[in-house]
Design a protein around this ligand. Sequence first.
Ligand code: UD1
Ligand code: UDP
Length: 362
Amino acid sequence: MNACVLHVVGTRPNFVKAAPVITALTTAGCAQTLVHTGQHYDARMSDIFFRQLGLPEPDTDLGVGSGSHARQTADLLVALEQELTARAPALVTVYGDVNSTLAAALAAVKLGIPVAHVEAGLRSFDMAMPEEVNRRLVDQLAELLFATSPEAVGHLAREGVAADRVHLVGNPMIDTLLTHVEQFDPTSARAAHGLPERYGVVTLHRPANVDDPEAAAAAARVLADAARHLDLVVPLHPRGRAALSAAGLANAPGVHLLDPLGYVEFMSLVRGAAVVITDSGGVQEETTVLGVPCLTLRTTTERPVTVTHGTNRLVRHGELVPALRKLLEGGGAAPVEGPPLWDGRAGGRIARVITGWLERHG
Ligand code: UD1
Ligand code: UDP
């Protein structure tokens, strides 16, 4: 055995979730290998996270890059099969619900290598989302399933996953937030982007909001309306840039379009925001913990705990401006106590389960 645990990461949210698990396993003295699939490759989508989150340099970058779902997943499978065969780890750890997550889990189990899934059991019940397909499949393949919230444990039980494989550990993305929160400086971030004291942050990248030009135009229109009430800073994911720009978002008064931001710069803006408008999974969770009101431009969420225990509200296009105005007038819901176990110690809990498992099986 060359490494006890091999982590596969490939996209921006994977980096944020993996960092505390890698740190905790390092503290536990566990040998680890880090494989970057290269699904995200721009410096602003990848390198900057490694630097800011103190992630180790990847042992390999597979350089798979972009493509259609079939092409990207197929390329990931082939490259990961070779890598896992060569390295023969005792356990492969995968994060979240992206194509790199599914490909790594599938390549590993077909080679007889057990898989641990961090962020198991989330369900939007919308199979039109590529992430929902990925999550459901990965949860059927995994040997160890780490859940962030009790309803995720319930979903796994209903899908027939054996209870002894499932561990409610809290949320490693929130470990990362709490590790870096003292670096989140809203005043400097606001000044750096010429924003007034009161502003909103927007991120949009879900295919349902940005892929189809009509959907992108509808999103751009509603954001331009919202920007009449509050300046909006919009660090744009590369996926939506062309469509949202073509829809005129760049020229809307009060809209500040930016390239994707590094983690600390982004979270600094979020921490100081009057409201966040998003379709991101992670951002719904981060605003919950920071107590920043979040309006999610989606019809479903796989993270309902951010609504019941946090500051999140799902809004359709027509509901966005009224909801925003209500928040600005002080009528928004105050944060409640925050989800249980989102306390900055999820990485340690995951490491304890993994090291225990390795002692029995490694
Ligand atoms: C992926 C995940 C999504 C996650 C998101 C996080 C899948 C199916 N989707 O979506 O669940 O929420 O990451 O950010 O895995 N691109 C660049 N530079 C990059 C990366 C991508 O320009 O570094 C552009 C390319 O044009 C590419 C497009 O973005 O075709 C989409 O990238 P891809 O990795 O396929 O999916 P995301 O939309 O990033
Ligand atoms: N993020 C960032 N800079 C940005 C946008 C996002 O650092 O410009 C961080 C933020 O912490 C977020 C994470 O990247 O939670 C993952 O974001 P994304 O929305 O891409 O993925 P999702 O959570 O929707 O899968």
